[in-house]
Design a protein around this ligand. Structure first.
Ligand code: SF4
Length: 344
């Protein structure tokens, strides 16, 4: 099979013996034989070279509030032009976007509207966005499109943000570090057993990515944990997770604790009780995290940003919308404490 015009040669792979290739974009490190697909179903060995099959095939393009990513400490109140291509390297049974993330696996097709990087950037500028977000599915596995959009986006003064499962390799983080300004990483649980059983992946590479991004790069990072009743919400596990975040990512990393609603293959569970979310919030704060938020529960005060020193309300939120932002020059107007983030 010859690569078509739309297939783009992949980044971060190397040839192996006998026409095989090895992909090191994500931590599955697939070895792929001639004519075969990687685990993500969107990268293919064609004639001993690895190609991206979802390049330029866009399945979503929306000017979202940046708060929807969620990123609460990065250009708050701005809009982010949010795009996705089909595919994911995880198989989460509770995926909220499974119609696009798992489409290649479920249907064998890689659909999408053809769009060039220039069209994406023009769309972002035209809709008044301050950034381009690579989101809804896993951006790592449409890295070539991200790279080609991000560079012209930067030239237009736009930032670039990922919403990711954190399974990319260190090489992939380094590859994106020139143009990636912010990332929200899902830390789905704090046991390998959960990752294996419900996501068909592993915990440790995600921890490695979070620690590396937080300590070794300038990329702004926030964390999201979806609480599944009875699966990842025990006091012991959440305490370990929060302690780890403080130690490895620092107390300024915002932690979003998100409410689960039944989705995809995981429909036998009730939504996360509010008490579980509030208990997790208390655990996060007790561990020393400065900014802990509840997601998917509009109307609670836990969507607001508070000064961790004096308690002053700094950013008032209702759902994805900002009522007021009282932060002055990245500081609390009451006690002068520095508030971590970008463009606050
Ligand atoms: S990006 Fe896809 S092909 Fe590459 S290692 Fe990950 S799952 Fe395998």
């Amino acid at each position: 099979m010859e690569p078509t015009e739309l297939f783009k040669e992949a980044v971060l792979w190397e040839p192996a013996e006998g026409g095989w290739v090895r992909c090191y974009l994500c931590n599955f490190h697939c070895r792929i034989g001639e004519g075969k697909l990687g685990h993500c179903q969107v990268r293919k060995n064609i004639g001993g070279k690895l190609y991206s099959l979802n390049y330029g095939k866009i399945v979503a393009a929306n000017p979202d509030p940046i708060e929807k990513k969620p990123l609460y400490h990065f250009q708050p109140g701005s809009r982010s032009f949010s795009i996705a291509a089909i595919g994911c390297n995880f198989r989460c049974e509770f995926c909220q976007n499974w119609q696009i993330s798992q489409a290649a696996l479920e249907t064998g097709r890689i659909d999408g509207e053809e769009a060039s990087p220039e069209q994406i950037v023009t769309g972002a500028v035209r809709t008044g966005c301050k950034s381009v977000a690579y989101t809804y599915t896993e951006p790592t596995i449409f890295m070539e499109m991200c790279n080609d959009c991000a560079r012209p986006a930067k030239e237009k003064g736009l930032a670039n943000v990922f919403v990711s499962n954190g399974y990319m390799t260190r090489e992939a983080i380094d590859f994106a570090a020139d143009w990636l300004d912010a990332i929200n990483v899902d830390l789905k649980a704090f046991t390998d057993e959960y990752y294996k059983r419900l996501c068909k992946s592993r915990l440790q590479p995600v921890l490695d990515s979070i620690a590396y991004i937080a300590r070794q790069t300038k990329i702004w990072i926030e964390i999201t944990t979806l609480l599944l009743p009875g699966q990842n919400d025990s006091e012991e596990e959440l305490k370990k997770l929060a302690d780890w975040l403080v130690a490895e990512a620092g107390p300024d990393v915002p932690w979003h604790i998100s409410r689960f609603y039944p989705q995809y293959k995981y429909t036998d569970s009730a939504p996360t009780p509010l008490e579980s979310l509030q208990r997790a919030e208390r655990i996060g704060k007790a561990a020393g995290l400065h900014y802990v938020y509840l997601g998917n529960v509009p109307g609670t005060k836990s969507e607001n940003t508070y000064c961790y020193k004096c308690g002053r309300t700094l950013i008032e939120r209702t759902g994805y919308w900002i009522g007021a932002n009282h932060i002055k020059d990245s500081k609390c107007p009451q006690c002068g404490t520095q508030i971590a983030g970008v463009g606050l």
